[in-house]
Design a protein around this ligand. Structure first.
Ligand SMILES: [Zn+2]
Length: 72
């Protein structure tokens, strides 16, 4: 859903290439997600930490509102 249009653009910290691919991601706690990136250019792998802004609604809250509107 929104994850497709909001795909973050990352650059490889080793070669600076933008040809990176999000290989895997893991939510480590309620507000922090670790993304594992793979660089096609130099085969480097690196991890970025995405911290949720606490002012933004969480994914679960958005989903709940979505389903609620479907039921009405
Ligand atoms: Zn690279």
């Amino acid at each position: 859903m929104s994850s497709i249009s909001k795909t973050p653009r990352e650059e490889c910290p080793r070669c600076g290439s933008g040809l990176v691919h999000l290989e895997w991601h893991e939510r480590v706690n309620a507000r922090e997600v670790h993304d594992l990136w793979h660089c096609w250019n130099c085969k480097n792998e690196f991890v970025t930490v995405v911290t949720s802004d606490e002012k933004e609604p969480s994914v679960s809250e958005v989903t709940e509102q979505f389903f609620t509107s479907l039921l009405v």
